[in-house]
Design a protein around this ligand. Sequence first.
Ligand SMILES: Cc1cc2nc3c(=O)[nH]c(=O)nc-3n(C[C@H](O)[C@H](O)[C@H](O)COP(=O)(O)O)c2cc1C
Length: 166
Amino acid sequence: MNILHIDSSQRLEWHSRALSAAIVEKLLEVAPTASITRRDIGADPLPQTTLLYAAALASPASLAAPPAGSHEILIGEVEAADMIVIGTPMHNLTIPSVLKAWIDQILRVGRTMKSTPAEKVGLLHDRPVFIGVASGAFYTGERANQPDFLTPYLSLSLSSIGLKTQ
Ligand SMILES: Cc1cc2nc3c(=O)[nH]c(=O)nc-3n(C[C@H](O)[C@H](O)[C@H](O)COP(=O)(O)O)c2cc1C
């Protein structure tokens, strides 16, 4: 049993980190021998995708073998995980850019999903994904005072590679 624990807040002691840590703690109560793979993209941000990577993804011939980078390591971490826990702040109504950089590297046609005329179909097997979101104001419920582009975006992105969020 392996838990991939991702945090995307730059702030090291704050709310989304507390949420994701609490989720991991609960999971460890159920699976005490589980190992934890840590990917702290808040403290150690990923680079943005490069021109070479973007160019490779634009061509069917080079799609399957884009230039070396962190993407295979990141996809490997997802593949090796039985459960994934993500802590994220809401930044300007959606996910922070560091989490978007992670998504840009793990969603790849021909590797983690295939593109059909109707929709994108995930190539990874499903596993539970738990997301702890921290925001400064309400984005859900009766007191919501802003739209929520975070939850639908993150859910749809992950489901496009086969992962259903919970
Ligand atoms: C750049 C930036 C943009 C933010 N945008 C929003 C926002 O659109 N809606 C909101 O409710 N809070 C927003 N916040 C507040 C954070 O979501 C809030 O402080 C949250 O607690 C941050 O998570 P953390 O405590 O894990 O760092 C923003 C904060 C920052 C730094």
